[in-house]
Design a protein around this ligand. Structure first.
Ligand code: SAM
Length: 391
């Protein structure tokens, strides 16, 4: 372990990460490898030099579907992007974003080989910082080369240019992707930029889209002396979220249905008694917006006595519960589909005249008759969930 140094600011973190992954792109670094079982079907067309530089800790590509537009944050040598490209197929596309030139060179040189092997080209790599997905770093570097910052006036011109560029030609536009994936990267972003990072993931997803993130988390808070170590930070350890805080970060960004899809029982590494392990989290975008009453109801089937959603609604097992039209749509879709009986009114409500639904204040988990019980139920039809509809 190298001597501790200051790692409290974003530039310190970015420098340590840049040095580590420039080296890791050129020569395989065993310390960065966390064993992952990828589906061997997808690996056959990926060049060996990319497979050798597998610095991931999970497999978010397992959750992708044909036809989707996918954004891979911290795409590195491109392995997950190339797997995703095959899963989404010719009707889908994949965009990898990474800040490291050597990693970008590895990925972009492999892309034509993968395209030739699969017979189509649907992957591109864009240079950017994942906590600032509006900024096109190549365009910014070109602008800076022509107009270096030397004084206050040129600094102001630079700031005006980057503001214009973020606004008029963002690297990744708002609501432009179906799925954001990332494999062992979020932990590398400086602590004070992690909020911006989650806000960016949320921004670029379309409504109904989802984030599928594999990353290293810690079982307890990482203490300051470990956070100060650049080797541990760039090695995907000391910038890790504490595991509950990781889930809260998705909630705070506005996601719902945050699901711990995979949590390795064995620690990847233990440092000073702190366990670091890989998890994969899936989280959904789409609970924001107004609430209208379409006279719909849901019945939670159990087996839990009650459950609480990300808008603090309580659903008691077996109790017909009134929900707004937006929540009804959410509960008939992943990740909730199949857990609720979905009841439509006898007479459909005209969306143009539907009254506002009082979704707040939240119900209590204390039990007893719920304020949102919907009765009578006679004659109601059962809606199918969207996942059922797909089959
Ligand atoms: C641990 S490697 C993972 C690479 C790849 N996802 C994989 O599974 O092999 C981390 C990658 O994230 C990139 N990276 C780290 N911080 C970044 C940031 N703030 N913005 C963009 N890329 C970043 C690094 O350059 C590196 O390629």
């Amino acid at each position: 372990m190298s001597a501790p140094s200051r790692m409290s600011t974003a530039p310190d973190v970015e420098q340590a990460v840049a040095e580590r992954y420039s080296a890791g792109a050129q020569a395989v670094e065993a310390a960065l490898c966390c064993p992952v079982d990828y589906d061997p079907r997808w690996l056959q067309v990926i060049p060996q030099e990319v497979l050798d530089r597998d610095y991931g800790c999970g497999d978010p590509s397992r959750h992708l579907r044909e036809g989707e537009t996918v954004l891979d944050l911290g795409s590195g040598g491109g392995k997950v992007a190339f797997i995703a490209a095959q899963v989404v197929g010719t009707s889908g596309r994949v965009i990898g974003v990474d800040i490291n030139d050597e990693m970008m060179a590895l990925a972009t040189s492999a892309a034509p080989k993968v395209a030739e092997a699969v017979g189509f080209a649907n992957v591109e790599f864009r240079k950017g910082r994942i906590q600032d997905l509006r900024l096109d770093v190549v365009a910014t570097e070109q602008w800076l080369a022509a107009q270096p910052v030397t004084d206050l006036a040129s600094l102001q011109a630079f700031e005006a240019e980057t503001a214009r560029q973020r606004r008029e030609s963002p690297l990744v536009p708002d609501a432009s992707v179906d799925a954001v994936v990332s494999n062992c990267v979020l932990n590398l972003v400086a602590t004070d930029l992690k909020g911006a990072l989650f806000a960016e993931i949320f921004r670029v997803l379309r409504r109904g889209g989802r984030a599928i993130i594999s990353d290293i988390v810690s079982d307890t808070e990482v203490p300051a002396h470990l956070r100060a170590d650049p080797e541990l930070w760039s090695g995907c350890l000391s910038g890790a979220f504490q595991e509950e805080a990781f889930l809260h970060a998705f909630e705070d960004a506005g996601f719902h249905g945050v699901t711990l899809d995979k949590r390795d029982s064995a620690a990847w590494q233990v440092v000073d008694g702190i366990e670091f392990r890989s998890v994969t989290v899936v989280a959904y975008k789409g609970k924001q917006g107004p609430c209208f009453d379409h006279d719909q109801a849901v019945v939670f089937k159990g087996p839990w006595k009650a459950v609480l959603d990300d808008d603090a609604h309580v659903y008691e097992r077996g109790v017909p519960t009134a929900v707004c039209a937006k929540t009804f749509q959410l509960l008939r879709s992943a990740p909730y589909s199949g857990q609720f009986e979905l009841l439509e009114p006898v007479e459909p409500v005209d969306p143009e005249t539907a009254p506002v639904f009082a979704c707040a204040p939240p119900l209590s988990l204390a039990g007893g008759p719920s304020a949102a019980v919907r009765r009578p139920l006679a004659g109601r039809t059962t809606a199918i969930s969207f996942d059922d509809a797909c089959c």
